[in-house]
Structure formats: C-alpha cells, structure tokens
Design a protein around this ligand. Structure first.
Ligand code: NAD
Length: 241
C-alpha cells in the first residue's frame, strides 16, 4: 500500500488519535521553524548572542530590551499568520470525534484559530502575558505595540510572555494531561518536530497504542520506531485527506 493510502486507512479505522507537533506544522503558514532549513538557528542575527541564549530565562531577566527585540519580531510574524491545511484538517478530525487532543510545542495559537478545542500547549502561548509583579493579564498586541520591554500599565512591573524559555520548567498540569491522552491513544501522529527538545520530546514514550505515524520533511531520531514515516510537507499531506 502507498504511504498515503496507509495513512488514510489508519485514520479511518481508529477513533482515539492524538497529534503531537512542533514548529514544522506552522512553516507552511510562513512562521520559520528553529532547526529546519531556513530556521532561526541557522540565520545570522544582528546580535552577538545565539538565539538559544537569547530565548533563555536568564537572558530575559538580564537583557529584557534585547530579549523583546527578538521576541517581538517572532511574535509579529505569528500574529500575521493564518492556519494551514494541517491545522484545519486536525480541527476537522476532532469535530468528527476521531482526534482526542492536539499536543503542540508551538506557541502561535494557530490550532485554536483553525477551530481545535483540546489543544495542550507544552511551551505556552504568545497570546497570554502576565505582569511579573502584580500578575495582570495582557494580550499579544499589548506586548507587540510596546516600546522596548513591555511594562504593566498598573504597577510598572516587567511583563513576561507565558512561553517556556530555556531553563524554565513545563506546566505540570499540561504535562499530566498530555501523558493521559498519549497513553490512551491508539494512533499517535507526530509531525513537524525535530524531536530534540526535551522534556517535550520524551512525552511520546508514553504511547502504547498500535500505530505510530511520523510526518516530517527530514529524518528524525525516532523514524525507526514508527510504523509509517512520511517525509513530506505536513500541510500538503493533510491537504490530501
Ligand atoms: P524544530 O525547528 O526543532 O524542528 C522542526 C522540524 O520540522 C524539522 O525537523 C523540519 O525538518 C520539520 N519541518 C519544517 N517544515 C515542515 C513541514 N512543512 N512539514 C513537515 N516537516 C517540517 O522545531 P521543534 O521540534 O518544534 O522544536 C523547536 C522549539 O521551538 C519548540 O519548542 C517550539 O516551541 C519553538 N518554536 C515554535 C514556533 C511556533 O510556535 N510556530 C516556531 C519556531 C519554534
């Protein structure tokens, strides 16, 4: 059977499907990934620091202006983006009662924009921002439109996007829900992720179901574990469903 036919057959015959994705899910929405071709980690920036360093907690605390210069550039791209066919197909599968959860490492909110309801955001979201001093909530536009480092309009405290930076832990509630859905799934589709960012990537080890499907443009360390590997663009693959 051709890989695409096999993929469709697996979706047809199962109703407890979970999707686990990463930055590659949004590249067809014009948001560059980190490690793929043309990704942020391969680009030269105007700064003397590496993107990994600039997206760390200590850097946010010590150099908030430079942190937000890079952050707002990425945030602006995400705010202009529209969901692609991977996002819309996953929302459709959930509506049909076939997909129980989308677990994402992305922070762009495109799964929700496409209509997905049960989205577990392992690395947070650009759409939630809080004052570090008084806890007041701010939306993404407030951060994007601020001068330099965004400050709270009530108490003047520094605002922090609710995104997981390097050196920060993941939300325990999101982790336990992810483990619940992955361990109950009969099909796990992993797509658009290099699977090198831990602890997120380790969560796929909770899968005990029958079919592990990997959809990625390039090879990953987990290809040998999968029942089906499709090396193609994920939006195009889901667009064929
Ligand atoms: P990554 O950049 O490490 O890997 C992306 C993978 O997706 C690569 O293997 C690449 O070959 C593949 N890919 C790229 N475009 C694809 C496509 N159209 N179809 C199929 N595969 C494609 O990303 P990661 O594993 O998610 O880890 C990076 C971290 O960066 C994550 O924690 C994520 O939170 C964050 N990030 C988020 C966004 C976003 O929210 N859109 C964007 C960049 C990075």
């Amino acid at each position: 059977m051709a890989p695409m036919e096999e993929f469709i057959e697996m979706l047809k015959s199962h109703n407890r499907i979970v999707f686990f994705g990463g930055a590659g899910v949004s590249t067809e929405s014009d948001i560059p990934d980190f490690r793929g071709k043309g990704g942020l980690y391969r680009q030269k920036t105007e700064f003397p620091w590496s993107p990994e360093e600039m997206l760390s907690h200590h850097f946010y605390a010590e150099h908030p202006v430079e942190f937000f210069t890079l952050y707002k550039e990425r945030e602006g791209m995400m705010l202009e983006a529209e969901p692609n066919r991977a996002h819309t197909a996953l929302a459709e599968l959930e509506k049909m009662g076939k997909l129980s959860a989308v677990v994402t490492q992305n922070i762009d909110g495109l799964h929700q924009m496409a209509g997905s309801k049960n989205v577990l955001e392992l690395h947070g979201s650009i759409h939630r921002n809080y004052c570090m001093r008084c806890g007041k909530f701010f939306d993404a536009a407030y951060v994007k439109n601020s001068e330099g480092a965004p400050k709270c309009d009530e108490c003047g405290g520094l605002i922090k996007p609710d995104v997981v930076l390097y050196e920060e832990g993941l939300d325990e509630n999101v982790i336990s829900k992810t483990i619940h859905y992955i361990s109950q799934a009969d099909v796990l589709i992993i797509g658009g992720t290099s699977l090198v960012v831990y602890p997120a990537a380790g969560l796929i080890d909770y899968f005990k179901g029958s079919h592990l499907i990997l959809i990625n443009k390039s090879a990953t360390q987990r290809d040998s574990q999968a029942d089906l590997v499709i090396n193609d663009k994920i939006g195009e693959v889901f667009g064929q469903l």
